[in-house]
Design a protein around this ligand. Structure first.
Ligand SMILES: *[C@@H]1O[C@H](CO)[C@@H](O)[C@H](O)[C@H]1NC(C)=O
Ligand SMILES: *[C@@H]1O[C@H](CO)[C@@H](O)[C@H](O)[C@H]1NC(C)=O
Length: 185
């Protein structure tokens, strides 16, 4: 190898070892690190919300005195532990669970406020989660909701979820909803 070749190899090694971002101690109690490394992840899965039967995945935990009289069931609060699967088939591969609350927060139009943790259990995402917090106008064919954070591989996540109802059974309220999620983390 020529001298130049050796220098190039050494330089590449040093460049690979040195982090491109520089950590700066700006105060005795604060360190600032500028980094432009971000990942965009797209997820696609189906959410199965089952209110009917002996083993519902979503249960009513509270309601207001007038909830039953309200056309939008205003004041109703549900707690859910819903499976997330790879396809619309409830028996397809389980990728995670959506655990949390949703409640009717709209008096004029059905508008659910959703506060849910989507915890993943499949492959490299096992143990990582994203947090969804936003309004879900359930009767609209397509809804958008914010993703406000995450853990594990999704640390510092922010993004959005596009929800589209795949199947809904009005008498029971059972639903299968497709979620397309885009997060930057
Ligand atoms: C996910 O991780 C948990 C805890 O580490 C483990 O028990 C479980 O088997 C894993 N699940 C899958 C599908 O790999
Ligand atoms: C979700 O993503 C799939 C696959 O990219 C696409 O076919 C579908 O139209 C998307 N749905 C919505 C509501 O954007």
């Amino acid at each position: 190898m020529t001298k130049l070749g050796v220098v190039v190899v050494l330089f590449s090694l040093v460049a690979a070892i040195l982090p491109c971002a520089q950590s700066l101690k700006v105060e005795s109690w604060a360190t600032r690190l500028e980094s432009r490394k971000e990942t965009v992840t797209s997820l696609q899965f189906y959410f199965h919300d089952t209110l009917s039967g002996k083993n519902p995945s979503a249960v009513r935990v509270a309601q207001a005195t007038d909830t039953a009289k309200s056309p939008t069931l205003f004041g109703l609060v549900m707690m859910a532990d819903d499976p997330l699967t790879e396809t619309t088939d409830p028996n397809s591969k389980l990728v995670g669970r959506a655990q949390g609350l949703y409640g009717s927060a709209g008096k004029q139009e059905l508008g659910l406020i959703m506060a849910m943790n989507f915890g993943f259990t499949d492959g490299i995402y096992n143990g990582s989660c994203i947090s969804l917090l936003g309004r879900n106008a359930g009767l609209h064919p397509v809804r958008e909701m914010p993703i406000v954070g995450g853990t594990g591989l999704f640390r510092l996540a922010r993004g959005y979820a596009i929800a589209q109802t795949h199947w809904f059974d009005p008498p029971t309220g059972d639903a299968i909803v497709g979620y397309n999620v885009t997060v930057v983390h």
